[in-house]
Ligand binder design. Sequence first.
Ligand code: SAH
Length: 353
Amino acid sequence: MTALKAELVSRIRALGPMALADYMAACLMHPVHGYYQKERVFGAEGDFITAPEVSQMFGEMVGLWLADRWIALGRPARVSLVELGPGRGTLMADILRTAARVPGFQAAATVHFVEASRQLRALQAEKVPDATWHDDILTLPTSAPLLIVANEFFDALPIHQFERTGGIWRERMVGEADGRLGFIPGPASPMAGLIDPSVTASAAAGAIAEVCPMGVSVMGTLAGMIAEQGGAFLALDYGYATSATGDTFQALKSHAYTDPFAEPGAADLTAHVDFAALARAAAEKGASASRIADQGTFLMTLGIGARAEALAASGDPARILADLKRLTAPDEMGTLFKALAVQSPGLTPPPGF
Ligand code: SAH
């Protein structure tokens, strides 16, 4: 039994079943045994590969998008360039290299990372030494317009799950029997108030619904700051464009799906992102939300095809083509992954949507 599992089993024995969100938070963010404290999370040797780790082309397109939004904002002399959950720092390094080609951008931008993991902060500092680190979004600067990017951040935030039984939503809790962890039915819960009414209206008996209060509150807070200070926010992740029922809670270890309760802290736990809920949270705070685009469409509209041709001409065309396909093809990351832009009212429409 892992140390974290022993800790969770005794906690449940003492205090009773715990919400899935509390279980996820413990598995991912426990200060000693949490998943993100692990040495190798990303890449071939890790548990999963993210878009910026697939190819530099991803970060180049995102860098151009952010530079375009800086121009749309009127080229402010100072801008806070913020990344949520920067992983190994690869995306920001690619963004900075690309956006530096836009005159004035580099001098205007200061980099801010929101990162909970000490382990990952050290890796990020190797790639982007001048960044300022934040434990959460509450300490981000309020003085300048914001350009914010988040790739595979929202899927890592804890969710609550509910099951429709007897015409009400009951929360699914994590319980324990003979040292084994697993789901048990819980009580009706006020958290179910976050489920969109359209989801409840169409929910059959036995349906599962999910909410991510932390995701909605992060988006709402940042959208409010953007409405006030000016700015733009690009969120990319796997998820769905319309709020719906469904169980998307999953565990990934060494590039394969695994039992999320078997080894707490050893596997990555995620849920698909409800982009419609994020867009609603942004609009409620006075920012304007784009439509939700597929990642493939977003990247192709921004010109990743032309960039791939240029790179292929000077390098390894077979690899470049494979990377392009991985990022944009419908049967790879092209349609499962979505993009959402949130920006201050009155800006020109964001490219790519
Ligand atoms: N964006 C990177 C990494 C994605 S993994 C990439 O695309 O490769 C998720 C990242 O979010 C990690 O850096 C993780 O440490 C961070 N993270 C997860 N939950 C967080 C939280 N609640 N607060 C701050 N950072 C968090």
